[in-house]
Write a protein that binds this ligand. Structure first.
Ligand code: UAG
Ligand code: ATP
Ligand code: API
Ligand code: MG
Length: 491
């Protein structure tokens, strides 16, 4: 194609690249999976967690790749192929992908949100807020990607560098002025965000998760900090200073540091005046506001959103007015009420901290002798250390606990449940049941509940599938909850 960029024009920011072959070859697309290579592709060989992409270089050239971005040359080098040798192909890919799509992150105001919990909530609130303020906006999140009203399904919390820049380019082409995205720790370590230009970064919190991938908590902290280290001087770095790691996150950033807090002096200081199932009343920088979303964790999320909006130049009053109308994103403390007054809450809490926050919120909302029943499981092929912790937390705050399956992936659900069960204190054995089948577990919780009781279904939130051995079967916590509510109503 006429418009395909030439390879050398994409390498401007890649330091120390050694080019073997013709540098002016045209690049049709950038591909990181050899099975998807097309004639004219630039194939990037990445060292993955399962395999080393370098072993697929020859397959890629056989399928028509004309250029290869790699760390090591293959044993047999072809004369008609251009090899770009770099120290790190993942980081180089980020820079090349940004250049290939014309640096779309520079055409919008891009704000990234990182932290163990609250990324989807904060990014989605910001997206909703800026749309309400009249800006064309884009969203990249775990639940879905969105360009104004157009929904594009998401595969990851943060897509790979090529998909990410392609989406940003689509957003810029559709005249979005603002884009809000989640920055997962995986995406920092794997350089999915390298080459992006951020107008701001937000840190929500850091607690136990993903030790399967990062191995130590220190590495996990370093990954998140890497996002702030790379922010430019022109950006803001907005951090929750009530989190012990808030200060460390921005220790080496060039960005302008701003803070938010519910406990101490900060650029954006909040106080909860009251918090009920009907709404939350807060004081933010000496202005009183009512919100529809509830829970202390959401007070933090709202402060982050308010702070970011003000730092992006919006007027405080207008921001607070629009914020008070926002609703929680799907599967985040989503409440349902049965005809006979049972409250069902579907929440994506899949870490010990999130589960504790949600259950603490429920505890505060309790008014009398209603029972709290928690249905929860843990995902397979993910951090196993959180399993007993989540079971213990569920027991600590609930009258009854049903441990069940989440996404078992390639693990045996009963093995996961055995590990969860190890966290149940002996005194709580009696109130804890294990029901592997999630459908059955939710039905049991719903049928046995009495009017006034609160059922928390935690771990899967918005997800509409259950991943068993790589196959996604339709499953939706909300649907099952509606089924049980209908049964209770005699339908
Ligand atoms: C652990 C992890 O992050 N894995 C991601 C990673 O895959 P990987 O390192 O395992 O890849 P691999 O299978 O070893 O293959 C290495 C390379 O060889 C290539 N390959 C492989 C086979 C082949 O025949 N040909 C070929 O070219 C692969 O395309 C890849 O580039 O790179 C892939 C391509 O970008 C991602 O799709 C994949 O995400 C997997 C599906 C995943 O589940 N990731 C989760 C853990 C994740 O990223 N989660 C975070 C959110 C976490 C949070 O909640 O905070 C996210 O941002 O979504
Ligand atoms: N600021 C917060 N602090 C602690 N817990 C929170 C916070 N915000 C939300 N939560 C809890 O964490 C769950 C996940 O929230 P959210 O989806 O916003 O986080 P996330 O960081 O995007 O998660 P993921 O890493 O899976 O993408 C919520 O359902 C809620 O239980
Ligand atoms: N982004 C998180 C989602 C976890 C959701 C939970 N339902 C599970 O499957 O473990 C992860 O990939 O670890
Ligand atoms: Mg998320």
């Amino acid at each position: 194609m006429e418009n395909d960029p030439i390879l050398s024009s994409l390498l401007g920011e890649v330091k120390g690249a050694i080019i073997h072959g013709y540098a002016d070859v045209k690049v049709k697309n950038i591909i990181l999976d050899s099975r998807k290579v097309l004639p004219g592709s630039l194939f990037v060989a990445l060292r993955g967690t399962q395999v080393d992409g370098h072993q697929f270089i020859n397959t890629a050239t056989e399928l028509g790749a004309t250029a290869i971005l790699c760390e090591e040359l293959p044993e047999s080098v072809r004369e008609d192929i251009t090899y770009i040798q770099v120290d790190g192909s993942a980081a180089a890919m980020g820079l090349v992908a940004a250049a290939f799509y014309g640096h779309p992150s520079k055409k919008v105001k891009l704000v990234g949100v990182t932290g163990t919990n609250g990324k989807t909530s904060v990014a989605t609130f910001l997206f909703q807020l800026f749309r309400a303020l009249g800006y064309r906006s884009g969203l990249l999140s775990t639940v879905q990607n969105q360009i104004e009203d157009e929904v594009i399904p998401s595969t990851h919390t943060t897509p790979d560098a090529v998909a990410l820049n392609a989406l940003l380019a689509q957003m810029a082409a559709s005249n979005c002025s603002h884009v809000f995205m989640e920055v997962s720790s995986h995406s920092v370590t794997q350089h999915r965000i390298t080459g992006l230009h951020f107008a701001g970064g937000i840190f929500t919190n850091i607690t136990h998760d993903h030790l399967d991938f990062h191995k130590t908590f220190d590495n996990y902290i370093k990954a998140k900090k890497g996002f702030f280290d790379a922010l430019p001087k022109s950006a803001f770095a907005l951090v929750n200073i009530d989190d012990r790691r808030g200060t460390v996150m921005v220790q080496n950033t060039k960005a302008r540091i701003e803070t938010y807090s519910l406990q101490t002096l900060a650029s954006f200081k909040g106080k909860i005046i009251s918090d009920t199932l009907a709404g939350m009343h807060m004081d933010i920088n000496n202005q009183e506001v009512w919100f529809r979303v509830i829970g202390r964790f959401n007070a933090y999320n709202l402060l982050a959103v308010y702070g970011a909006a003000v730092l992006l130049g919006e007027k405080e009053e207008a921001v607070l007015t629009e914020l008070s109308n926002l609703k929680s994103p799907p599967g985040r403390f989503e409440q349902f009420h049965s005809a006979d007054h049972i409250v069902g809450i579907v929440d994506y809490a899949h870490t010990p901290d999130a589960l504790e926050n949600v259950l603490e919120t429920i505890t505060h909302l309790r008014q009398g002798n209603e029972q709290v029943v928690t249905v929860v499981g843990c995902g397979g092929n993910r951090d196993a250390e959180k399993r007993p912790k989540m079971a213990e937390i569920a027991c600590r705050y609930s009258n009854r606990v049903i441990l069940t399956s989440d996404n078992p992936r390639f693990e045996d659900p009963m093995d996961i449940l055995d590990q969860m069960r190890k966290g149940v204190p002996p005194l709580d054995y009696k109130k804890t049941t294990v029901i592997e089948d999630r459908h059955e577990a939710i039905l049991k919780a719903g049928i046995e509940a009495e009017p006034g009781d609160i059922i928390l279904i935690a771990g899967k939130g918005h997800e509409n599938y259950q991943d068993v051995k790589g196959v996604k079967h339709h499953f939706d916590d909300k649907e099952v909850l509606m089924e049980v509510f209908a049964k209770r109503a005699g339908n």
